[in-house]
Design a protein around this ligand. Structure first.
Ligand code: NAD
Length: 483
């Protein structure tokens, strides 16, 4: 992959800024056209895009369509359809009569020229989902693709200028030096997806320019199993999720907390589905990806080599970085598999004595991006909802929550901040401008503010001090809306 020459980077940013300043990106017709072009780019190049992702990650075409190409196609179309609704200024009506002549309104304005920094694991959706948000908002954008997905980066840099306005959208290819140069420049928003260590570099650089940042990070997403949900089905759903992209997904189930007496039943169910999904083993299956590169392959191999748990399924790998989905039982606190986000096809099972123990285990660690729980017990559900913190919470399936277009996606604490997908992506690149237009005729309502101040004026502004605040009690069983 050829990298973007470092000295060109400021020029690219300046070109985009100049484009934004002309106002060309703001009309809805223009934004809609770019969104349709993005959808068209997916439609006309679906195979080539899937092939590029396959070359980078060994991902089956079905998964590339399911999780990336077709999602961007569909969501770009939805954005185009919803633009009118999202961008409509809100004229406030529920306001005191004396302020009505001011016509208070909220306008949705594009932030300007934004920087999108994306990772390798889902290189297409993680670069183009923020892009459709930026287009919808009326912004210009630089997309920095990951050096670990070079085939995708090369293809995107060829395709984008054929479909989208090249003076408004530009791909920068490179790694640390290129990102570092990008980060020296001022941007109107930075959207970063990747690991938490680099997120700190991004945040620190953004702080120098007071640039708002979205951080889509990862972490260890746990699964709680209390045994009340069909165990065979739970195993099937978890195994499918875990094997996606060989476990290299931010929302992948990272570890399982299962009631001790249910562990073996769960493992038996995993064995059954393993044999059905991959009759000749995952390494011989066309429905299975590989690990992205040697660095991550060695990292995952090392985690497995050092576990004190018992491998009950999988464990084998090849020199071309394919690694079997591997299930490890009786994993305990302090194990290598609990040291860091696994981001690979290893699935540790930690037996616990109660749901409360599972909740405590999770609570003692960084807030996960997603928390999964398989349960049909309403008391378990209530406990999980009320006593845990996570970006998303999904009951009785894994990863599938991402298909609900209308749900916001993002983390909390170490798993990041900001929310994306459709309207939420649009909102990230939009700022809210509050406006009033106070007519001359409103002067009689404003006289009371002018000096010299009198006792009457003091009494007028002190009126809220006489408000009656209701008596209330701090006790209650459930949170708002949780039943
Ligand atoms: P990566 O190595 O591709 O890095 C991401 C980006 O950061 C790349 O564009 C890269 O060039 C840049 N980068 C790398 N080192 C840098 C440095 N020193 N200074 C500045 N920029 C640098 O991807 P990754 O970080 O390995 O991605 C995997 C992580 O991302 C996992 O933790 C995963 O959970 C998380 N993730 C989160 C989401 C989400 O939506 N929340 C989605 C996918 C991945």
């Amino acid at each position: 992959m050829d990298y973007t020459p470092i000295e060109e980077i400021p020029r690219i940013r300046d070109t985009l800024r100049a484009t934004f300043a002309t106002g060309v990106t703001k009309p809805l017709a223009w934004r809609r056209h770019q969104l349709f072009q993005l959808a068209r780019m997916m439609q006309e190049n679906a195979e080539a895009l899937a092939d590029a992702i396959n070359a980078d990650l060994g991902r089956p075409r079905m998964e590339a369509y399911m999780a990336e190409v077709c999602v961007i196609l569909e969501r770009s179309m939805i954005c185009a359809e919803k633009l009118e609704e999202w961008t409509k200024p809100e004229v406030l009506t529920d306001i005191p009569d004396w302020q009505k002549p001011w016509h208070p309104a909220v306008y949705k304005m594009p932030k300007g020229t934004v920087l999108i920094i994306s990772p390798w694991n889902y290189p297409l959706i993680l670069s183009l989902q923020p892009l459709y948000g930026a287009i919808s908002a009326g912004c210009c954008a630089v997309i920095k693709t990951s050096e670990y997905a070079p085939n995708y980066a090369n293809l995107l840099s060829q395709l984008l200028p054929q479909y989208l306005d090249p003076s408004a959208y530009h791909v920068v290819k490179g790694e640390v030096a290129e990102v570092t140069r990008l980060l020296e420049l001022q941007w109107d928003h930075i959207f970063y997806t990747g690991n938490g260590k680099i997120a700190r570099v991004i945040s620190a650089a953004a702080a120098k320019h007071l640039t708002p940042v979205t951080l889509e990070l990862g972490g260890k997403s746990p699964v709680i199993i209390d045994g009340t949900f069909d165990m065979r089905l739970a195993a099937k759903r978890i195994l499918w999720a875990k094997a996606n992209n060989s476990g290299q997904m931010c929302v992948i189930p990272d570890y399982i907390l299962v009631l001790r007496e249910k562990q073996d039943e769960l493992i038996e169910a995993f064995k059954e589905h393993y044999a059905t999904f991959w009759p000749d083993g995952p390494l011989n299956s066309k429905s299975y990806s590989r690990i992205v590169n040697e660095l991550h392959f060695k990292r995952v191999s090392d985690l497995l080599a050092r576990t004190k748990g018992e491998i009950v399924l999988g464990g084998k790998s090849t020199s071309s970085f394919s690694f079997e989905t591997t299930i490890v039982k009786n994993v305990a606190d302090g194990d290598s598999l609990l040291e860091q986000e696994i981001f690979g096809p290893l699935l540790p099972i930690i037996p616990v004595d109660s749901v409360q123990d599972a909740i405590d285990f999770i609570g003692a660690r960084n807030h996960p991006l997603v928390l999964y729980a398989f349960t049909e017990d309403s008391e378990t559900k209530r406990k999980v909802i009320e006593n845990t913190t996570s970006g998303n919470l999904a009951f009785n399936d894994c990863v599938q929550q991402l298909t609900v277009n209308e749900l916001p996606f993002g983390g909390v604490g170490e798993s990041g901040y900001g929310r994306q997908v459709l309207k939420y992506s649009y909102e990230l690149f939009t700022y809210i401008r509050a406006t009033v237009d106070i007519p001359k005729s409103a002067e009689h309502t404003l006289e009371v503010r002018y000096a010299p101040y009198s006792k009457e004026q003091l009494d007028f502004f002190a009126a809220p001090l006489n408000m009656v605040i209701p008596k209330s009690t701090p006790t209650g069983l459930v949170m708002n809306g949780i039943h």
